[in-house]
Design a protein around this ligand. Structure first.
Ligand code: PML
Ligand code: MG
Length: 255
């Protein structure tokens, strides 16, 4: 069967003199069979042109044929959810789950060490806020491995296996479980930490092959656009290039 990757990104030119820039409005990607290409394409354009973030003056749609043999099918991570009373509690729960996984010294699991790692993770998280992509952090060396720190790395070329329906509006959860499943399967990946940068969306998650996809229902206040992703990677398990190559190039469908 023939498959096609479709990617859309829309932006608006902001004319602020020296500060002129392209403001991101909307983006989406799918991997679909040939017979869905046209309908999915027009749904993407509709999504771009009716977005609450503004009226785009640039829409890029890229359609590429994908060889069926190059597609990896992955089982979606199992989902659990943690309800919390407030964002502080949500962040706490997320840090509790992730901090032990950042510990590269297998012997020490001391309270002091865990506290240090928690502070480190909090600092890393703040650094992701202005980034468009994710941070790739090496737990073995404490180094950031993104080729471009400002941009970060982006997991791409992925979709849900059974999502032939043409859906014009963004579903954060459906898109995130696909992304998190791909990321968890990347070479050397330890875990992912995510807070949405959508000011109207407060649910975030932590994920790994072992943890599964753990939704944390509130991780920030409504109206807050500070979000980001951290991919925790272990350079003793795989080469950074192989991990980045997988995240950015491998075609994945999630079942
Ligand atoms: C985003 O793309 O903005 C991140 C979405 C996180 C979804 C969390 C969830 O609802 O499980
Ligand atoms: Mg961001």
């Amino acid at each position: 069967m023939d498959y096609y990757s479709l990617k859309m990104r829309a932006s608006q030119h902001i004319d602020e003199g020296e500060n002129a820039h392209e403001q991101h409005i909307s983006g989406a990607e799918r991997i679909v069979t040939r017979d869905s290409v046209e309908a999915v394409c027009s749904a993407m354009v509709r999504r771009a042109m009716t977005h609450s973030k503004g009226d785009p003056d640039f829409i890029n749609v890229k359609i590429e044929k994908v060889n069926e043999n190059d597609i990896q099918i992955l089982k979606a991570l199992p989902v659990t959810r943690i309800d919390v009373d407030n964002a502080e509690q949500g962040l706490d729960r997320a840090f509790d789950l992730i901090t032990p996984l950042m510990n590269s010294e297998s012997v020490t699991d001391s309270a002091k060490k865990l506290k240090e790692l928690r502070i480190k993770l909090q600092a890393l998280l703040r650094e992701t806020f202005p980034m468009r992509g994710a941070m790739l952090y090496d737990i073995a060396t404490g180094e950031r491995l993104e080729p471009d720190h400002e941009r970060g790395v982006r997991a791409t070329y992925m979709d849900a296996l059974h999502s032939s329906e043409v859906d014009g509006c963004k579903n954060h959860f459906n898109e995130a479980i696909v992304l998190a499943t791909k990321v968890a399967n990347a070479p050397g990946m330890v875990a992912e930490f995510c807070i949405s940068d959508d000011p109207n969306y407060v649910t975030g998650y932590v994920a790994s092959k072992e943890l599964g996809y753990v939704r944390i229902m509130k991780m920030k206040e409504m109206g807050d656009e500070n979000g980001g992703r951290i991919f925790l990677f272990d350079s003793r398990k795989a080469k950074a290039e192989d991990c980045v190559e997988y995240l950015q190039k491998k075609k994945v469908l999630v079942d």
